[in-house]
Write a protein that binds this ligand. Structure first.
Ligand code: MTE
Ligand code: LUZ
Ligand code: MOS
Length: 820
């Protein structure tokens, strides 16, 4: 039967078709086809290596592995209070429940009861009662903290039993500390406060602010964000011979999982084997926080000598794991008549949660991104990572960079309004120079600044000035609907800000049939890392992309890897794989010249063929010949980023190999009666250097833009102010963007230009930087709110700019007195 089609659906289908056509048009397939024919395998748009498996539902995630006979399931019993003391656990009733095989408590952990990433302050299970070490004994740190683990025959039985935690736990509750402000007032932090000042410890900054023609002082609140990876946290632990352990784990950091499991089980690293084929998203949430799940599954598997799977459901995942840090800022700036900042002082206080996790490096990155694209002649910054009775906050795309940069954007937006200038002009007046005004507050000289050209190109391609005039005219005639426009730039430092993490290894195997396998230390979370690394290997060996396969990340293959994080996956692992492939190519070239004549230098590898001494062989033929000549056809490769140094005491150095740039323009319409809004159009120009794969990179830019827009608009985390329970722990109460939230006009282009540094094929990291692009959405909303008050008052808009927050800001600007 033909059902009438819902017109709303039709409209969105049309929008989608437009959108798809638009996406295809943005990839210059002509030039790429030419390069491909010439033998290039990098710089080519090609689908994600697993795309066909993703869409067919055939890509295997950890939970899809066939379960071994005897597999048991684990569920965690969670603390019902946010603070207090765990006096006792009465587990008899739980042990008697159907299907329950065992209940594991802190005392069952043979080794360290800890999954701390850098600081060892993160218990796996809350210990009961007063402990010898006094400090952590029996201390409940947040509502949702795991107290015990139920092991049962089925996952449902385990969850039913674990849900009895409230009856089992005898607790003496205490008053929780929930907000960054409360933690700051008590001076309780997870890591020591940090101070970063350009000169003389920030003395000059007070003088600069006080001498400035104009001053501005204020506060800002920016909320946190749940990673909302579609595949939740999961680990499947399998005991192996001789007391060793294998864990399949959805993780960005297999090596750290190896270390943590080894410590928890009191094993050596060589007795623990971690494997991850892919994640259904990580977004930073599986950089450190997969550790708890890996360790508890391993402890249970070790105790029972049976395979144990731990897959919390979404609500428990929300209640147990941390996310992006919310920040609270107090700032004061001095500026001149052009809006140029002369001095700035800012305090940033984050909600770190109950333990350190990655809060220290996150705050470091926040402080190193307050400058964003701007020269701040005198600046003094203070970072406080507040210890609170909440989940321990962690990495999330951007890793504090977005939280640092949004503060300076907020300040510049306010300055422009105070001076009655267009915000783009004020931003531009503050841009870093190319050869002067080009030193960051942390002492790194910026040598690759492209922000002027990039913003100039975007400003004209999106018709910024004409649209500004059109919006002013629209707003003059429209009392209820108000439009807003904003252009925001980004500069994002690439490298781990802990220098020694900037290293990677890879293995390349060429088999005798000419097929190639690459294994590297990075992990695949949907970002296309395996695709890019396979492209690099195919390019180096001059073969078809299809000939190269990337395999699961595995601690028994490449050792001592860093997390796939800080956007460095392709930079580090691409270079390591290139190193391995080059060694093989050199051996093959040497052999070819020996066998067929000519010099090794003259041997050419392209399109699956080898040219040697006027002859053409297939790659497979040469490989088979080389094998019989006993040439080594596999190699390892290694890379470490050159030139990095960082003094964490003085907060000075050269923490970043290079910077990635970008800019976005967003236009919104706000309904001033309801606070509802819509993104009408977004134009993005993003710097991915000489992109390894433009299609994948555009996908990263689009995804990050929409994800960042969710952070700044609809995604709101609410903890009960009394009992400290995270109330927004499911999609019903926590609103992430959907396909329908994509703007009908979404022009995303890559900026044309190679990396100034010798990165892998002169590309630039693209994973995190574009998360900052939707600042433009937030400031377009702020512009529209400002218009509702005739641009007389500076809207006090916090992030996320939910409809309620927009209404509050509207009320504030409409109540403001008319300018004198
Ligand atoms: N893209 C997808 N599809 N899924 C993810 O989980 N994580 C982001 C980004 N893009 C993520 C993603 C984060 S937080 C980082 S640090 C980088 O990918 C990591 O991968 P890369 O270094 O290979 O870019
Ligand atoms: N630094 C950083 C880090 O800049 N990004 C990261 O993801 C990270 N992770 C761990 C430690 N330092
Ligand atoms: Mo990304 S936040 O560095 O995992």
């Amino acid at each position: 039967m033909n059902k009438p089609i819902d017109p709303a659906l039709l409209q969105s289908a049309e929008a989608f078709a437009d959108y798809a056509a638009n996406t295809a048009a943005r990839i210059d397939t002509g030039a790429e086809a030419e390069a491909l024919a010439q033998g290039a395998r990098v710089g080519i748009s090609r689908p994600h290596e697993s795309a066909h498996l993703h869409v067919a539902g055939e890509a295997t995630y950890t939970d899809d592995l066939p379960e071994l006979a005897g597999t048991l399931h684990c569920a965690l019993g969670l603390s019902p209070v946010a603070a207090g003391r765990l006096e006792a656990l009465d587990l008899d009733a739980i042990r008697a429940m159907p299907g329950v095989v065992d209940v594991i408590v802190a005392d069952d952990i043979p080794g360290a009861n800890d999954c701390g990433s850098i600081v060892h302050d993160d218990p796996l299970l809350c210990p009961v009662g007063p402990q010898d070490d006094g400090a952590t004994g029996g201390e409940i740190r947040f509502l949702g903290q795991p107290l015990f683990a139920v092991i049962a025959r089925t996952r449902t039985e385990a969850r039913r039993a674990a849900a009895r935690a409230k009856e089992a736990a005898r607790v003496v509750p205490a008053e929780p500390v929930l907000t960054p402000q409360q933690a700051h007032a008590r001076g309780q932090y997870v890591v020591p406060p940090m101070h970063l000042a350009r000169s003389d410890k920030g003395v000059a900054v007070r003088a600069a602010i006080e001498a400035a023609p104009h001053r501005l002082k204020g506060e800002l609140d920016v909320g946190g964000q749940e990673q909302f990876y579609l595949e939740g946290q999961i680990s499947y632990a399998i005991p192996k011979e001789g007391g060793t352990m294998q864990v399949y784990c959805s993780t960005q950091h297999p090596t750290e999982m190896q270390h943590l499991v080894a410590h928890a089980l009191h094993l050596h690293s060589n007795e623990v084997h971690i494997e991850c084929r892919r994640m259904g998203g990580g977004f930073g949430g599986k950089e450190s926080q997969s550790g708890l799940f890996a360790c508890i599954a391993a402890v249970a598997a070790n105790k029972l000598r049976r395979p144990v799977k731990l897959r919390p459901d979404r609500d428990d995942d929300f209640l147990i794991t941390g996310r992006r840090h919310c920040f609270w800022y107090e700032y004061e700036v001095g500026f001149d008549d052009e809006g140029r900042i002369l001095g700035a002082e800012i305090s940033m206080v984050s909600r770190a949660g109950h333990s350190a996790d990655l809060s220290g490096p996150v705050m470091t990155r926040a402080l190193c991104h307050f400058d964003n694209a701007y020269w701040l002649p005198e600046v003094s910054m203070h970072g406080f990572s507040g210890r609170t009775n909440t989940q321990s906050n962690t990495a999330f795309r951007g890793f504090g960079g977005p939280q640092g940069a949004i503060a300076v954007e907020y300040v510049l937006d306010s300055i422009a309004r105070q001076l009655d200038r267009d915000a783009l002009d004020v931003r531009r007046a503050n841009f870093y120079g190319k050869t002067e005004r080009n030193v960051t507050p942390y002492g790194q000289v910026i040598r690759d600044n492209v922000i002027h050209e990039l913003v100039g190109q975007l400003e004209s391609s999106c018709d910024y000035r004409a649209r500004r005039d059109a919006i002013t005219a629209f707003n003059a005639k429209s009392p209820v609907l108000k439009r807003g426009l904003a252009l925001t730039p980004i500069k994002f430092g690439i490298s781990f800000n802990v220098p020694h993490f900037n290293q990677a290894g890879a293995l390349v195997h060429v088999y005798t049939d000419g097929s190639i396998l690459v294994n590297h230390g990075g992990t695949e979370m949907g970002q296309g890392l395996n695709t890019k690394v396979a492209q690099v290997v195919a390019h180096e060996l001059g073969v078809e992309f299809e000939r190269v396969r990337a395999t699961a990340t595995d601690t028994t293959k490449v050792a001592n890897t860093s997390a796939t994080a800080a956007s460095t996956g392709a930079d580090l692992n691409g270079k390591a794989a290139q190193d391995a492939a080059r060694q093989i190519r050199q051996r093959l070239a040497d052999f070819a010249a020996r066998r067929h004549g000519g010099t090794a230098d003259a041997v050419r590898f392209a399109n699956g063929k080898v040219q040697v001494a006027g002859r053409e062989l297939s790659f497979a033929t040469l490989v088979a010949e080389a094998y019989t000549d006993r040439v080594q056809l596999w190699s390892d490769g290694f890379y470490s980023t050159p030139g990095l140094h960082w003094n964490s005491q003085t907060m000075q150095g050269h923490p970043f190999y290079y910077f990635a740039y970008g800019a976005a323009v967003s236009e919104v319409v706000v309904d001033t009666l309801t606070g509802e809004w819509k993104l009408l159009r977004a134009d993005v120009l993003h710097d991915a250097g000489r992109s390894l794969n433009p299609a994948v990179d555009i996908g990263q830019v689009e995804g990050a833009f929409i994800q960042g827009m969710g952070w700044l608009t609809t995604e709101e985390l609410v903890w009960h102010p009394g009992n400290g329970k995270l109330l927004t722990h499911a999609p019903s109460t926590y609103k992430i963007p959907t396909a329908n939230d994509c703007p009908p006009v979404f022009n995303v282009r890559l900026f044309d230009g190679p990396n100034a540094e010798d990165s892998i094929h002169r590309s630039k990291a693209v994973g995190e930087p574009p998360l900052l692009l939707p600042f433009s959405v937030f400031f377009a909303i702020r512009d529209a709110v400002s218009a509702a008050g005739g641009h007389r008052a500076d809207p006090p808009l916090r992030a996320p700019a939910t409809s309620e927050a927009i209404l509050r800001a509207l009320t504030a600007v409409q109540a403001a007195p008319a300018a004198a």
